[in-house]
Design a protein around this ligand. Structure first.
Ligand code: MTE
Ligand code: MO
Length: 550
């Protein structure tokens, strides 16, 4: 194409080579994102254009898509989202750069378009105010400035050897001994075109470095809140009433079950936060208000100086498929939520405890579940002997035994409002999940794994069962649809925690086998075999594992 235009001698506008135009697009994108992130470090990191769009995408994603993402990528779902966005953005930037070779307006339209998208996303963020719009505005300004500056520099550099911008280059090259008949003549180091090219490359390098520095500055300033340092400074939590020690025989880890207590690192993590909210203990307060007799505002020192209790509780996610991994157990340390609410004095008519986290996520818990002292609902500040890990809600979170996490377990909790179901609708209720979500009686086979190959003869099948607040009374197992046989149960630790089971089965000959399990809780309710999806209030069905004996 370039050669053709030379032959026809058309007076086309000067053009930048494709790679350079793409590079200009990508550099403008980098500067825009970095400037946006740096500004967001001051007005609220949730306003960083990249993060705001990602968070808005999470909030707007239809339930089936979210389900699919959690199922396919597990805890990596957010990484996948951010990477996907990066790929889309870079492609857009390259495309905008290429289009601007013919239509310089194209990049302006793309940059402003993305800026508007980011602005709308910022307005949907519950954790930042209007001032946060400064972040996308800064991004657009920096992106436009960078693009047009580099674009002009690249034009002067005449970076497409086939389409030298002779009109522009001409006035600046009166003394150059060029050969007009061969426009593709390689430039020598002494030509001004080359100087311009060097100028462009220097500018591009400077821009890349500047974007890196601005982005890093944003990360450092936002990280300067240093929640990790605050957590490290908390020190030992003095527990007045420790949980009873976990007895020997509480798990069958040697047969393939998880260990009874899940380490903080291994504890499943589910939340909508793209970046872990950074809340320092010294900045944290909890407000208790709404339908109460006395409004309360507590800080971290208030909470930790109270007599702390420790409870062994199994937490699970409503999005856990039958046989899934989103269930873990820890010793939570904190205070009784019922005591705290009694201090505030709940007014008659209050139906839900509506809790809000530092990042604006909301949750509605039935008032009965948090006022009935015997259930053991907690405002927790510790987990397995340490302050809560940042990912699990530092400085404080709610834990309510027997309810799925989305209706009870608010991490980074900052606000407790007593209200009616009518007045407030929590995050997941707006998205089609049930208002009431007690944990369903469930059991899972941990060994053998699906599609495993085992030797014929005697094998030990082992797994986990849970029915928090009711407790597990029995687990039964059957081979190939045969009779149900009762499994051995592990030591009974707490009705609020899971219980492990195991059973020896005979595999007389090589071939395919299938094993299924079902639990009965202490209320006498046998786990149903009827299959239900996770939406709206938790999956049901018997976990079945197929494997081969050789
Ligand atoms: N702030 C906040 N708290 C939250 C959530 C969230 O998205 N944001 N998710 C809830 C859900 S759905 C579950 S299952 C539990 C998981 O707690 P974990 O990550 O400590 O295991 O946290 C709950 N608390
Ligand atoms: Mo969940």
């Amino acid at each position: 194409m370039g050669g053709m235009s030379d032959v026809t001698g058309g007076r086309r506008p000067p053009r930048i080579s494709a790679p350079v135009s793409g590079l200009v697009g990508v550099l403008a994108l980098a500067v825009a994102l970095a400037a946006g992130h740096l500004t967001a470090a001051f007005v609220g990191i949730g306003a960083s254009p990249y993060l705001a769009v990602g968070s808005a995408a999470i909030d707007l994603a239809p339930t089936w898509l979210k389900d699919w993402a959690v199922r396919s990528f597990g805890s990596y779902d957010k990484l996948v989202l951010l990477s996907g966005m990066a790929v889309v953005l870079v492609s857009l930037a390259v495309t905008a750069g290429l289009l601007s070779r013919r239509r310089p307006l194209a990049a302006t339209i793309v940059i402003v378009g993305l800026g508007v998208l980011a602005g709308v996303a910022v307005l949907t963020r519950p954790d930042v105010g209007r001032l946060a719009l400064l972040a996308p505005v800064a991004a657009v300004a920096a992106g436009l400035g960078t693009f047009h500056w580099l674009h002009a520099l690249a034009l002067r550099g005449g970076t497409d050897p086939h389409e030298r911008p002779t009109e522009q280059a001409a006035p600046t090259t009166p003394t150059t001994p060029t050969t007009p008949t061969t426009p593709t003549t390689p430039t020598t180091p002494t030509t001004p075109a080359c100087t311009d090219r060097r100028r462009f490359l220097t500018a591009a390098g400077g821009v890349a470095a500047g974007a890196g520095l601005a982005g890093l500055g944003g990360v450092l300033i936002a990280g300067g809140k240093d929640a990790a340092g605050s957590r490290a400074g908390v020190g030992e939590l003095a527990v007045a009433r420790p949980a009873p020690p976990v007895p020997p025989g509480a798990d069958f880890a040697a047969s393939g079950t998880p260990s009874f207590l899940t380490g903080n690192e291994a504890f499943y993590r589910i939340d909508t936060a793209l970046v872990v909210p950074q809340v320092r203990a010294q900045d944290w307060t909890l407000r208790v208000h709404g339908m109460v007799e006395r409004e309360l505002t507590l800080d971290y020192a208030d909470i930790r100086s109270r007599p702390l209790v420790e409870r062994t509780i199994t937490l699970c996610c409503v999005s856990n498929e039958v046989g899934g991994p989103y269930v873990s157990t820890a010793n939570f340390i904190g205070i009784d939520l019922a005591d705290l609410l009694a201090e505030a004095g709940i007014a008659p008519g209050a139906e839900q405890l509506f809790s809000t986290s530092a990042d604006g996520w909301t949750c509605g818990t039935p008032v009965e579940a948090v006022t009935d002292g015997s259930r053991g609902a907690m405002l927790a500040i510790g987990m397995n002997g340490e302050p809560l890990p940042l990912e699990h809600g530092f400085p404080a979170r709610l834990v309510v035994p027997g309810l799925y996490g989305y209706v009870s377990a608010t991490k980074w909790v900052t606000d407790l409002e007593l209200t009616t179901w009518q007045a407030r609708r929590a995050y997941w209720l707006e998205r089609g999940w049930a208002r009431r979500a007690p944990v369903k009686t469930q059991s899972r086979i941990d060994s053998p794994k699906a599609s495993a190959t085992v030797p014929t003869g005697t094998i030990t099948v082992a797994g986990t069962a849970w029915a928090q607040s009711r407790g597990i009374a029995k687990v039964e197992v059957r081979l190939d649809g045969g009779p149900w046989r009762t499994a051995e149960l592990s030591a009974d630790v707490s009705d609020d925690a899971w219980r492990m089971w195991r059973i020896e089965l005979e595999l007389p000959r090589p071939g395919e086998y299938s094993v299924a399990c079902r639990a009965t809780d202490k209320s006498g309710y046998p786990q149903t075999g009827e299959r239900a999806p996770v939406v709206p209030d938790g999956a049901t069905g018997w976990h079945t594992v197929r494997f081969t004996a050789r």
